[in-house]
Write a protein that binds this ligand. Sequence first.
Ligand SMILES: [Zn+2]
Ligand SMILES: [Zn+2]
Length: 454
Amino acid sequence: MTENRSLQSIRGTRDLLPGETEAWDVVEGIIREVMGIYQYREIRTPLFEDTQLFTRGIGEHTDIVNKEMYTFEDQGGRSLTLRPEGTASVVRSWLQHRLGAQGTVNKLYYLGPMFRQEAPQKGRARQFHQFGAEVIGTDAPEADAEIILLVLAVLDALGLETWALHIGSLGCRECRPGYRDILVEFLAGVESLLCEECKERMKTNPLRILDCKNEGCRLATAKAPSHLDHLDEGCQIHFNAVQALLSDRGIPFTVDPRLVRGLDYYERTTFEVLSPDLGAQDAICGGGRYDGLAQMIGGSDRVPGVGFAAGIERIMLALEAAGVELDFEPICDVALVHIGEAARQRLFALCDILRRAGVACTIELFDRSVKAQMREANRREALLALIVGENELKDGMVTVKNLVDGEEEQVSFEDVVSVVLEKLEKMDDEAVDEEPQDWSEEDDGSEPEPGEAA
Ligand SMILES: [Zn+2]
Ligand SMILES: [Zn+2]
């Protein structure tokens, strides 16, 4: 016998319910608007890719690739992976479709779910959502600065005023190996103090030791040499230029000598935007330059690029913590209220006609009392109620009740659509501060005579 247990969403995933979806829509709408203003165009890549895209792009010895990827074999024995981040896919797509062929700089953005098998905790889900942007085709420091200004513009448009920007530079393929040797030499002297994982990283990815959250490791590496002190001339000039552009714009930032980021593809600029409102999970955005990534995933040449990714769940938490109200209202213009089966049928057709005319309508699908239907209209904050009972049916009329001021009038079925459109337009123009009122208490429920309700 199969067990008939009730099925639940997978741990670390979450349903977005009505009430939340509208808030997300507002946030996504603002993101898209700002992206448009900055002239970034949307790209949508598949949710799963060849596993190699990520092992080669993100790096074999990163936490993401080692511990967190959802990798599976499909029916044809191919190894596929649910995308754990967006940049590798965007660069793969850029190469595949030769988006750089016109010799122009490409500015792209994306928005959607990513997948990592992390320990679920507040603000960290296994299916989580990110938006991000990439400038591909230029190594100009203006691109790095613009990417940072872009994410700050999004946060500003969302109403998140409190943030901290940390920036750093990881050097490039020319100067990083030299720094790496110096770092390894330092780390060898404190190796006994490092956690087991970092001892392993000594062999595979020593830079990431600077990023370890373990308290012992942080203490042991407090005096570690910083890559900022070992940049070559080109990287130093580039980093100075990015800082100057941000300063010119009056953007406060902290130069963070330990900013490593958990992905291997970054070179030169790295940055994080932190939200003090979030406590321990405080990074809401991270990014940097990745001039070598295209080649790591099979491109024939190095392609300069810079981008960021920001977590929407984290931003939602930050907005909540900051007390920012997202302005959305589920719209219901008109409630159709009937008394009796015949009226209900008549209103059912009228309801669809109004909806086709762009009017948001709700109609009673049970036979509840007028009072209950009016209460529903009030709950939905409808502006008008169209009421039809036996009398109205007989006369071919509809009672149109303004739910804001309580006034009502009789309108013929022929005219009702145009009258409703006119009234709604007028109410919209007046942009009334007044809320619709609850008129359901006016009706005592006995012998409903809607035409006389007022
Ligand atoms: Zn360099
Ligand atoms: Zn460690």
